[in-house]
Write a protein that binds this ligand. Structure first.
Ligand code: TXA
Ligand code: MG
Length: 321
C-alpha cells in the first residue's frame, strides 16, 4: 500500500510530481481529455507498475506523452501526413500511432512486440505541459482508472479507484473535453482511426486530404469487430432510452428528457455532454442500487461520435472483469 499525496498544480506541486516520476513513482495528472496515470516511459519498472496499479492486461500498450512535436520526433517517425496533423492538432486531444524511431528511449512495453510502433500525444492542459517540461522525457500515461472501468475526469475519481496504489495525484479540477483522445494510426499507407475522441474524424480527414479508415480500438488486441466491454460502470447500461423503464435511472440529453434523473446537457450541447459523461456515469452508478442506467439517444455527429463509442462499450456484454 502506497500513500497517495494530493498535490496542488502550482510550481511546488509540479516539482514534487516530476521528482516522483524521476524516482520511478506513479503520478496521476490532468489532461484536457481525462486524468492520466503517469510513469517514466523509459523506466521498465515504472511502466510495469502502471500495469499493476490499473490491473491492465499486458498486451494493451500505453501512450507516450511528450511536451512538444520535437520531443515526439525523437521517439517516433513522422512522415508528411503525420507532420501535418501534428502541426494542426497538437497540443490537443489527438494521439498518433507511428513507427518508432528510437526504441532505446522507451521501456520495451511501450513498443508492442512485432509492431514497431508507438502511440504519442502532446496534451494541451497547462498542468500536463508543465509536468512534461519539468520531467523532461516521455511520460507513459493510460487513463487513471482500474482497467475496463470509466475514465476519471476529476482528481477525486482517481483517488476513489487508485488511492493507495499510486504516489500522487495533481489536482487541477475537472477535465474540459471529458472523453479520451482520438487515436489515429499512420503506420502504413492508410490512415486508420483506432478510437474516436476529442478531435473529430472529419477535421482529421480535411487536413490529411484522404479518407480515414475506421476500425475498433480493440482490433489491435482482439478479434476484429468484437465490441469489448470497456469504459463501463458496474450497473448495466441501456442505450437510446427515450423514457425511463422500470427499475432504471435515466440519463437525459436535450430538452426532450424532462424528468430524467440527471442530464448530460439540458440544452443539447454535445461538448457539454462529453465533459459530463464519465462523472455522470459514476454518480448514477453510485445511486443505482441494482437499477439499470438508461441513456438518452446522443446525436452521432462531432464529439457525439466519441460519446456513443464510449456508451456502446459501457453497454457491451461484460467478459467478467
Ligand atoms: O486522452 C487520452 O488518450 C488519455 C489521456 C490520459 O492522455 N489516455 C488514454 O490512454 O486514454 P489509454 O491507455 O486508456 O488508451 C490508450 C489506447 C489503448 O486503446 C491502446 O490499445 C492504444 O491506445 N495504443 C497504444 N499504443 C498503441 C500502438 N502502438 N498501436 C495501437 N494502439 C495503441
Ligand atoms: Mg483507458
Amino acid at each position: 500500500m502506497r500513500t497517495t499525496r494530493l498535490l496542488r498544480p502550482d510550481p511546488d506541486g509540479i516539482v514534487a510530481a516530476a521528482a516522483l516520476l524521476r524516482s520511478g513513482g506513479l503520478v496521476a495528472f490532468p489532461t484536457e481529455t481525462v486524468y492520466g496515470l503517469g510513469g517514466d516511459a523509459s523506466n521498465p519498472d515504472a511502466v510495469a507498475a502502471i500495469y499493476a496499479a490499473k490491473g491492465r492486461p499486458a498486451h494493451n500498450p500505453l501512450i507516450a506523452h511528450v511536451v512538444d512535436a520535437h520531443a515526439a520526433a525523437r521517439i517516433a517517425r513522422f512522415d508528411p501526413r503525420a507532420a501535418a496533423v501534428a502541426d494542426t492538432f497538437w497540443p490537443g486531444a489527438l494521439t498518433l500511432v507511428l513507427p518508432v524511431r528510437d526504441a532505446r528511449l522507451l521501456a520495451p512495453a511501450m513498443v508492442p512486440k512485432g509492431a514497431g510502433t508507438v502511440a504519442v500525444r502532446v496534451p494541451a492542459h497547462p498542468v500536463a505541459r508543465a509536468l512534461l517540461a519539468a520531467f523532461g522525457g516521455p511520460v507513459a500515461a493510460p487513463s487513471a482508472n482500474i482497467s475496463g472501468r470509466v475514465s476519471p475526469t476529476t482528481a477525486l475519481h482517481v483517488r476513489d479507484e487508485l488511492g493507495g496504489r499510486i504516489d500522487a495525484i495533481l489536482d487541477a479540477g475537472p477535465c474540459d473535453v471529458g472523453v479520451e483522445s482520438t487515436i489515429l494510426s499512420l503506420t502504413g499507407p492508410r490512415a486508420v482511426l483506432l478510437r474516436p475522441g476529442g478531435v473529430s474524424q472529419s477535421a482529421l480527414s480535411e487536413v490529411l486530404g484522404i479518407p480515414i479508415v475506421q476500425t475498433q480500438e480493440t482490433d489491435v488486441l482482439t478479434a476484429p469487430g468484437q465490441l469489448a466491454s470497456h469504459y463501463a460502470p458496474s450497473s448495466p447500461v441501456r442505450l437510446d432510452a427515450r423514457s425511463r423503464g422500470a427499475n432504471e435511472l435515466w440519463l437525459g440529453f436535450g430538452a426532450a428528457c424532462e424528468g430524467a434523473d440527471m442530464s448530460l446537457s439540458a440544452s443539447g450541447d454535445l461538448g457539454e455532454a462529453a465533459s459530463n459523461l464519465f462523472a455522470a456515469l459514476r454518480l448514477l452508478d453510485q445511486r443505482a442500487n441494482g437499477r439499470r442506467i438508461a441513456v438518452a439517444p446522443i446525436p452521432e455527429r462531432g464529439i457525439g461520435i466519441a460519446i456513443n463509442d464510449r456508451l456502446r462499450r459501457a453497454a457491451a456484454p461484460r467478459s467478467g472483469d
